[in-house]
Design a protein around this ligand. Structure first.
Ligand code: DGJ
Length: 594
């Protein structure tokens, strides 16, 4: 059963003001989000779409000649989608005069290469700072004010910072106007072909080197009451608020009015200087290792999240009014060496302040993680709470993460950053992308139901059991290049590979194994990935033993299953053991016997 639309806010937007426009867009195949079970899918031309993507380095598309050298790499890496930046400075070099050359060139070449595009609007902020703002914005610091940090005092590591303030209404309106012009043009040139799927609006917003903006306007707002709109949202969603956020509100007595510090607790003391990184010290070792999910001086971060959200809401709603496709914001995550707000951009769309973003920016469809951390699964969990759709715009090239994000966390897309530069798509991820692309119709048809999931394992892990369909499947790590000795049940297949084997980049993690598994019938499964042995136990009444009835390796060609190798004998231990090797697609039909 499909239920239309992701966030309650997108629903509200459609219902309140744009129902007819939304319906017309959907009928025309314009990209939009749609709920299926517990998943949210990106629908393009009427069908769910899985973005096997990569993000280009920031300025790649400022030169179309440069892009000519990049398209072949994207095709070779089996990408179907590229995340490509649009620079506000290049788009609007003179106020009110727009330059569409790069955008049109990118869209044309993407079509030639059978590729889709997700645009990144590098405008007021990129990694907190404002280097993509046009010259006419940068030089007019009175019309377009900057934040102030540390009460304007120059303390070590924190002089003036070229970071536009959210308290500049003219900045917000200029950004929104330019973004509206961009989206109007996208709608005109792409409203039929749908090469452009979504837009990331700004990049990793937030205050750096301090926990909040301390300009006079910001200080006035911080000393004033928490806006009624935010308080009403919190009251209305009290039972479903993100727990670490609710804890902060609870610790201060669930007040429903008051200043930011009265409602959410004290801000950062004046004598604490925010370092570039929170190595240990200044934190204790324990604080350091636990820091990636606890709030420090929450009222400052919550205040900034609210003000970035309000600003982004204006930009996004202006863009959507011109051409309504899904839009998202991305966050630089809190992590051990960036644990205090200000060492990561304070106020960005991080999990602990998702509720604040939801309240302030209802038109933003997705709050997305830039996910380079080792706690990949935990971050996916935190970013899928309260129905937030998962999209990973920046990450590393680890194939196991792609498989798990798709199979277990229903991601709309997976996108390593810098694929034209120092993070190329190697053969391993290219193989994983090909495998996922072939399985995508089957996965997407079942996403959000309990007929599809994924499992990851590392060398040394205990076996993992998963109930899927009519069987419990027990996975044992074998390593992705393992050979299967002629053995019987109960034994572990093959020696593990040496450390580093099978990893695209040994610096990006150990050789993990990962498999996506799909229950396609009462006794039938498809597997994609490899590095594990699978044992089956029935969960329904009947004979207790399970046999491998039919084992096929194969591929999908134009959506049809083509068997490339029929498996029996030595390759499945005389019919007793199923071992999945690297990036293979395997179809298994089971039978039961007494
Ligand atoms: C995160 C940013 O969002 C990207 O634009 C890029 O600057 C990378 N960091 C660099 O690693």
């Amino acid at each position: 059963m499909r239920v239309r639309l992701t966030s309650a806010f997108a629903v509200l937007l459609c219902v309140a003001s744009m129902t007819l426009a939304c319906a017309a867009q959907e009928a025309a195949g314009v990209p939009h989000l749609q709920r299926q079970g517990s998943a949210t899918q990106l629908i393009v031309d009427g069908k769910p779409y899985l973005a096997m993507a990569g993000e280009l380095s920031n300025n790649a598309a400022t030169s179309l000649e440069n892009m000519d050298t990049i398209w072949p790499k994207l095709v070779a890496g089996n990408l179907n989608t590229a995340l490509i930046g649009v620079s506000w400075a290049q788009f609007e070099p003179v106020e009110g005069q727009y330059n569409y050359v790069q955008l049109d060139g990118v869209i044309a070449k993407a079509r030639e290469n059978h590729m889709h595009v997700i645009l990144i609007w590098f405008a007021s902020w990129k990694n907190g700072t404002s280097s993509f703002a046009p010259y006419w914005v940068k030089k007019d610091y009175q019309r377009f004010p900057r934040i102030q940090i540390n009460d304007g005092k120059t303390v070590s590591l924190s002089g003036p910072l070229e970071l536009l303030s959210t308290f500049g209404d003219e900045t917000r309106d200029a950004d929104a106007k330019a973004f509206g012009a961009l989206m109007k043009h996208v709608g005109e040139v792409d409203g039929t072909e749908h090469t452009v799927l979504m837009v990331q609006v700004e990049n990793e917003v937030g205050v750096l080197r301090d926990t909040r903006d301390r300009s006079p306007a910001a200080n006035r707002a911080f000393a004033g009451p928490v806006p009624a709109k935010l308080m009403q949202y919190l009251e209305a969603h009290k039972d479903s608020l993100i727990p670490e956020f609710r804890d902060v509100w609870a610790a201060n007595g669930y007040k429903n009015s008051g200043t930011w510090e009265e409602v959410f607790g004290p801000g950062k003391p004046a004598d604490v200087v925010i370092p570039v990184q929170t190595t240990s010290p200044p934190m204790s070792a324990l604080e350091h290792s636990n820091s990636w999910q606890s709030l420090h001086w929450p009222s400052d971060e919550i205040f900034m999240a609210w003000n970035y959200a309000l600003y982004l809401q204006k930009v996004v709603e202006t863009g959507k009014a011109a051409y309504n496709i899904p839009m998202f914001v991305n966050g630089w995550l809190q992590q051990p060496n960036h644990a205090w707000p200000g060492t990561y951009p304070s106020g960005g769309p991080l999990p602990e302040v998702h509720d604040v973003w939801r309240a302030g920016a209802p038109s933003v469809d997705i709050l997305a993680p830039d996910l380079y951390l080792e706690y990949f699964d935990e971050v996916c969990e935190r970013f899928t709470r309260n129905g937030n759709p998962l999209f990973i715009p920046e990450t590393s090239t680890t194939p196991a993460n792609a498989i798990v994000a798709v199979g277990k966390y229903n991601t709309i897309g997976f996108s390593p950053f810098g694929i034209d530069g120092n993070r190329p798509i190697g053969a391993d991820l290219a193989g994983t992308y090909s495998m996922l692309e072939q399985l995508a119709p089957m996965i997407l048809a079942r996403q959000g139901t309990d007929a599809v999931t994924a499992v990851r394992m590392s060398q040394g892990d205990a076996p993992k059991s998963i109930k899927l369909g009519n069987y419990t499947l027990t996975f044992t790590y074998t390593g992705r290049n393992s050979r299967l000795p002629p053995q019987t049940k109960g034994q572990v297949a093959g020696p593990p590979p040496p450390p580093g084997a099978g990893s695209v980049n040994p610096n990006e993690g150990p050789p993990e194994a990962a498999v996506v598994l799909i229950a396609t019938g009462a006794d039938e499964y498809y597997f994609g990935g490899g590095g594990m042995r699978v044992d089956f136990a029935p969960t329904t009444p009947g004979p207790g033993n399970v046999g491998l009835g039919d084992v096929q390796e194969g591929k999908f060609v134009d959506g049809k299953w083509v068997v490339t190798r029929q498996i029996a004998g030595d390759d499945d231990a005389q019919g007793e053991i199923l071992v999945l090797r690297s990036n293979n697609i395997v179809r298994v039909t089971l039978y039961r016997y007494p």
